[in-house]
Design a protein around this ligand. Structure first.
Ligand SMILES: Cc1cc2nc3c(=O)[nH]c(=O)nc-3n(C[C@H](O)[C@H](O)[C@H](O)COP(=O)(O)OP(=O)(O)OC[C@H]3O[C@@H](n4cnc5c(N)ncnc54)[C@H](O)[C@@H]3O)c2cc1C
Length: 577
């Protein structure tokens, strides 16, 4: 029996991280008469990765930094695969959004001695640009944004609800989503004039992860099943410094980028500062892709620590400095008996962020009418590698833009006519595993998925490994689909795990298929069989979409609308807007 969300919201926002919350606030403030439904898989302000943001937020606030410098850093970090119009929109809007976070929503960021907002160095950046609140910046941002959302009656919050599938009319226009109330198991049709995907991507289909475990690449899977175009799905970011805690699920939890920015050093088990071999000029301040791959190779080639990691050492910065500036990181290490301020701690690369996602234009429109995407669900802003500090800027900048654009877009538009039979069919498929007997067990199958992705589609890839992953995924997906789940629909975490696994396996297929397509190495995508970047052939975007039940992959040249790779500032063709 399906329920219907009443009244129909004008705008349905799926996901309540930085992107979803900024979208809801902007839409509510731009057009106060609109009704907005904000759907969150967990609790508002608590779920997702924006709360986990540690290091901070990139925004150009004063000279000698400039928008042009931030833009070029973003393109260089992204190995020029970025959509330059999205990247420019990010850097040009970030300063105003940061001011808005303080002046309008009540966030407060750290100050320097002169009382100005303090900005710290982050890897891959030409200026000290990263605004922060200690080393736990996301908590400040999410607490304030959530308070603001609760205070606006136009925003109806549906906590512990997960979007299962997008709903479309006969012409393919997106008109809302099918929702599951995790607490009761009730399935609801939410019909809306505009729908935003802001589920925060999330490479949780890998063995070692830094991102919030409540994410399962749901937005990616929903968009793909609806026929939207996705891009750059081969680009998965591995952060170099995930904590190693033997035997604990905390392995992979992040130690923030600022530690390397402040001068942190990485050593292998032989005591060698190995970044001198991998990037002698930038050492540990190199971009994440380079440092993570270097650490991975040190470990894979037998120069790792007994725990299977390498060592991060910040003790030379002085215990007092480390304890003052990295209080959260010191506390996190102390929880596991490690003294970050005084001794090296074991770290390893950890799956962190999806650069790929739903293809959008600078107004967050997707290829499907009525569907918008923002934050980590969207691809193109970061190209082949995201700079630290550009993630939360992305989600708040584009979330706000999406809210404004949707508020204008819905005016005068009818609610699409949705097929109830289609919604019933989808709901039946979702309920199918409840009480069903199955040969396989969920935990080993999901572990097999994570191991497969880590080993064959992780930091170092080859055609043979990716082909093996493709075949293994083709065999795994039907077994995951056929799993049975014990118990009923009420707060059934095994059922939620089944739903997660289904979407993770689909996202894994998109990553593997796109990685096979790109026969070169660029940014986070490293092919041992094609170890060099190849601008002549591969300065192209890999796109993927479902067409007639098949996964179709094609490439399009990167549009170099503002800058060209081999020619830094002087060759900028156009800056400004
Ligand atoms: C440990 C860590 C540290 C980080 N530090 C930094 C940093 O210092 N600087 C920086 O710029 N970036 C950092 N990032 C990256 C940053 O967190 C992300 O780029 C950004 O927060 C993503 O925002 P978002 O709104 O797209 O997604 P999220 O904040 O992850 O929000 C996603 C939301 O979608 C919800 N959701 C998911 N699936 C569904 C579904 N099916 N139905 C309904 N709701 C759903 C989730 O519950 C959540 O509310 C860090 C990430 C991690 C993991």
């Amino acid at each position: 029996m399906l329920r219907t969300l009443r009244p129909d919201p004008d705008i349905l926002i799926i996901g309540g991280g930085g992107a979803g919350l900024c979208a809801a606030l902007h839409a509510a403030d731009r057009a106060p008469g609109l009704s907005i439904a904000l759907v969150v898989k967990g609790l508002l302000g608590r779920a997702g990765c924006t709360r986990m943001v540690q290091g901070g937020y990139n925004a150009v606030l004063r000279a000698p930094d400039s928008l042009e410098a931030h833009f070029l850093d973003t393109l260089k970090g992204g190995a020029f695969l970025n959509d330059q119009e999205l990247a420019w929109r990010l850097v040009a809007t970030a300063p105003a959004r940061l001011t808005e976070l303080e002046d309008r929503y009540g966030c407060f960021f750290d100050r320097n001695a002169a009382g100005e907002i303090h900005q710290k160095p982050f890897a891959g950046q030409s200026h000290d640009r990263t605004v922060h609140r200690g080393d736990l910046t996301g908590i400040e941002i999410m607490n304030r944004l959530a308070e603001q959302a609760w205070a606006r009656p136009a925003i109806r919050v549906l906590e512990e609800h997960r979007a299962l599938d997008l709903l479309q009319d006969a012409e393919g226009r997106v008109g809302g989503a099918l929702l599951l109330d995790i607490r009761t198991g009730a399935v609801t049709v939410a019909r809306a004039r505009a729908t935003l995907l802001a589920c925060g991507g999330g490479p949780t289909m890998y063995r070692v992860i830094a991102c919030s475990a409540d994410k399962a690449a749901d937005g990616i899977a929903l968009a793909y099943r609806a026929g939207a175009v996705l891009r750059d799905m081969e680009m998965v970011q591995f952060h170099p410094t995930g904590l190693v805690v033997p035997g604990s699920l905390m392995t992979g939890a992040l130690l923030e980028e600022g530690l390397r920015g402040a001068g942190g050093r990485l050593f292998n088990a032989a005591g060698e500062r190995y970044m001198a071999r991998h990037d002698p000029a930038r050492l540990e301040r190199s971009t994440r892709d380079v440092v993570a791959r270097a650490s991975y190779l040190e470990i894979a080639e037998g120069r790792g620590s007994p725990e299977g990691g390498v060592w991060l050492d910040v003790s030379h910065l002085g215990a007092e400095f480390v304890e003052r500036h990295f209080r959260g990181m010191v506390r996190r290490c102390r929880d596991f008996g490690l003294d970050l301020a005084r001794r090296p701690v074991p770290v390893m690369p950890t799956a962190h962020f999806l650069m790929g996602g739903v293809a959008i234009d600078p107004d967050c429109r997707t290829s499907l009418e009525g569907l918008f995407a923002a934050g980590e669900d969207a691809g193109g802003v970061h190209g082949a590698n995201r700079l630290g500090g550009n993630g939360v800027a992305d989600s708040t900048v584009f979330g706000g833009i999406a809210g404004d654009v949707m508020a204008d877009w819905v005016v005068g538009r009818p609610w699409p006519a949705l097929s109830l039979a289609d919604a019933e069919r989808r709901a039946a498929a979702v309920r199918a595993p409840l009480g069903r007997a199955s040969r396989d067990e969920a935990a080993p199958l999901r572990a097999a998925l994570r191991d497969l992705m880590w080993e064959q589609a992780g930091l170092v890839r080859t055609a043979a490994g990716l082909e093996a992953a493709r075949a293994a995924l083709a065999a795994l997906a039907p077994r995951l689909d056929a799993l049975g789940v014990p118990g009923g629909p009420t707060y059934n975490l095994a059922w939620q795990g089944w739903l997660d696994g289904r979407n993770q396996a689909l996202a894994a297929r998109l990553v593997v298929r796109s990685a096979l397509e790109r026969r070169e190495s660029r940014g986070a995508h490293y092919r041992a069989d094609y170890p060099e970047p190849d601008d002549a052939r591969w300065l192209v975007t890999v796109l993927v979409a479902e067409r007639d039940g098949e996964m179709r992959v094609w490439t399009e040249p990167v549009r170099l609308t503002r800058a060209r790779p081999a020619s830094a500032p002087a060759a900028m063709v156009e800056i400004g807007d």
